[in-house]
Write a protein that binds this ligand. Structure first.
Ligand code: NAP
Length: 319
């Protein structure tokens, strides 16, 4: 779809060769489209997307992710229900709550914020969510659908879906491209590798997946036309690993310290990606910054999945 192949998200920073792929701008454009579509559906069908977010305990990172999800859903005119559950809630109580939302017609998406406390079996919880409301895309049925590809895909997991969308919108050619993914987690590495090898003009890549047992990681990275790094190791990828002109997607979000925010005067985390940004951006053709790159895309795709869930239900988008 050439409509999405738009160079306007690419900007050149001073002294760097690479174009910057700006996740924040892409996010605003997608959220704008979602907001308009919510209005249209509301006018025509009298319904809005509904999202239930479930938070257990008070892990500060989880609280800030959930707060951002809730704020975004509200901004888009979704119905949003937030459950803040105590750390010591039993598995049975949590399952009962999920079962309630599975049956609730006004809820199209159910999200349980991970990680969960030790006494709760994360796998059992994810399996308890109705696959047709699993907007995180973590249920085995949705992972199977992703593997099959094409029109089978219902809810692609949000971070890989965001990465894919960024690559497409930045106008980077994936067809026949050598893609190297560093990291094989279930939430980033495996699904993005799978998405890019599908038989589709926005995929059709030759994909290599690297991990800690990979021999000569540098040599693999040097072959990459598109290098996607999701390892969780700050500064892992060096400039000499980059093929000149390659597209580099840095998924890593590593807290390397704290600083006082100039805007708010509050303490905030200093974040660094998995790529040596300064040096790599002199060699790459396009690169995502950290923060402001892949990060903002994840919640955006969660909102897209929730809207899509309602559209599937209304029969206005085919599965
Ligand atoms: P994860 O579950 O810890 O997996 C890391 C993967 O990287 C593993 O497959 C590991 O290999 C591989 N790896 C680690 N060190 C390596 C090295 N030195 N060389 C080669 N491979 C190496 O991580 P994740 O959940 O996928 O997250 C990865 C990073 O992305 C983290 O920084 C995380 O914060 C970030 N993240 C960001 C977003 C977002 O922006 N929205 C979302 C999710 C994750 P093994 O399998 O062999 O151990």
């Amino acid at each position: 779809n050439d409509m999405h192949t738009d160079k306007k998200y690419l900007g050149r920073g001073s002294k760097m060769a690479a174009k910057l792929i700006k996740g924040i701008e892409i996010r605003e454009e997608i959220l704008g489209d979602i907001r308009k579509e919510v209005q249209k559906i509301s006018n025509k069908y009298g319904v809005i997307p509904g999202l239930a977010t479930i938070l257990v305990g008070d892990n500060p990172a989880s609280i800030s992710y959930v707060t951002l999800k809730v704020e975004t859903a509200n901004r888009l005119g979704f119905k949003e229900i937030q459950e803040n559950l105590p750390e010591d809630i039993s598995e049975e109580e949590l399952f009962a709550l999920i079962a309630g939302y599975n049956k609730d017609d006004t809820i199209n998406g159910i999200l349980v914020q991970l990680p969960l406390p030790e006494h709760i079996d994360e796998k059992k919880v994810l399996y308890a969510i109705d696959p047709d409301k699993d907007v995180d895309g973590f249920h085995p049925i949705n992972i199977g659908r992703l593997m099959l590809g094409g029109s089978e895909v219902k809810f692609p997991p949000c971070t890989p879906a965001g990465i894919h969308e960024m690559i497409i919108r930045a106008g980077v050619n994936t067809d026949g491209a050598e893609v190297v993914v560093v990291g094989r987690s279930n939430i980033v590495g495996k699904p993005i590798a799978n998405m890019l090898l599908q038989k589709d003009p926005h995929a059709n890549s030759t994909v290599t997946v690297a991990h800690t047992h990979t021999k000569d990681l540098a040599a693999h990275c040097r072959r990459a036309d598109i290098l996607i790094v999701a390892a969780g190791v700050p500064g892992l990828v060096r400039p000499e690993w980059i093929k000149p002109g390659a597209c580099v997607i840095d998924v890593g979000v590593n807290r390397i310290g704290e600083k006082i925010s100039e805007k708010t005067g509050k303490k905030v985390a200093v974040l660094r990606g998995d790529v040596d940004f300064e040096a790599v951006s002199k060699i790459a053709g396009a690169i995502t910054p950290v923060p402001g790159g892949v990060g903002p895309m994840t919640i955006t795709m969660l909102m897209q999945n929730t809207l899509n869930s309602l559209k599937y239900k209304l029969g206005i988008m085919q599965v």
